[in-house]
Ligand binder design. Structure first.
Ligand code: FMN
Length: 236
């Protein structure tokens, strides 16, 4: 098993480096403290702050430096309701505003979906910028079928909706600190895939069943999905 450790010689702890460490830790606080927020007050987020978040999203790296992202600020409650009614996550309806992130609909490296990777990078920037503004945010991929989003937001054929970021002022409840499932040594290795933390792994059949299950579930009408969800939650 890979052992991760910091030796005295590797980081040469001296007084001045202690200051650097404290400074680094302070700068990394935003990454440690970011957590998904799903409950918001009704207070709308001013447009200039949303634009500011998008400014930071635009600073994300982009494959081939294409910067082919587009952002739709969503603050029309009727439109938000339509997105939820058409199958979008209920969290979308809980925030007074959100940002729909789109990316030009082709990849330079189709095997690696660099268009989605780039969109993900800018979405993470949005979340961190929201955190810096003491806003709450939720990255949402439970969305209506793309065709419906295209119609609702008049999205042209050469752009694809990627995700919605619900943004708002968090209600004053303790934010769930979702623990990470694995220790670092379970998920990292040197030069070869990290097997240590995986145990025997799922069977191929189980994985294919999961994929098929998700595929079928996503094809079901929204009402049937809602019923199933309530049944799982124990409601009738
Ligand atoms: C690609 C992606 C899609 C997500 N989609 C949803 C979603 O549709 N609804 C939701 O409530 N949270 C969604 N999340 C948020 C995750 O549930 C959340 O990040 C995870 O539970 C860990 O919690 P944390 O962000 O507080 O650390 C998504 C996150 C990512 C990265």
């Amino acid at each position: 098993m890979l052992r991760l450790y910091i030796t005295n010689s590797s980081i040469q702890i001296r007084e001045n480096t202690m200051n650097n460490i404290a400074d680094t830790s302070r700068r990394l606080a935003i990454l440690r403290e970011r957590r998904t927020v799903r409950a918001f007050t009704d207070r709308p987020v001013p447009q200039d702050i949303l634009l500011e978040l998008i400014e930071y999203a635009r600073l994300a790296p982009s494959a081939g430096n294409r910067q082919a992202w587009r952002f739709i600020i969503v603050n029309d409650s009727q439109l938000i309701k339509k997105v939820v009614d058409a199958g979008g996550s209920e969290t979308i309806g809980k925030s007074p505003s959100g940002i729909l992130v789109l990316y030009e609909d082709y990849a330079l490296t189709p095997d690696y979906h660099d268009n989605y990777q780039t969109a993900a990078a800018c979405i993470q920037n949005l979340l961190l910028a929201a955190q810096a503004y003491d806003l709450g945010a939720c990255w949402i991929s439970i969305l209506p079928p793309k065709a419906i989003l295209r119609r609702l937001f008049k999205i042209p054929w050469h752009y694809s909706p990627i995700a919605y970021v619900a943004v708002g002022y968090p209600v004053n409840v303790k934010i769930r600190d979702i623990p990470r499932n694995n220790l670092i040594e379970d998920v990292v290795s040197e030069n070869i895939f990290p097997m240590q933390g995986l145990g025997p792994g799922p069977s191929r059949t189980a994985t294919y069943q999961k994929r098929l299950g998700v595929f079928i579930y996503r094809k079901l009408p929204i009402l049937v999905r809602k019923k199933l969800k309530n049944m799982v939650k124990g409601k009738t």
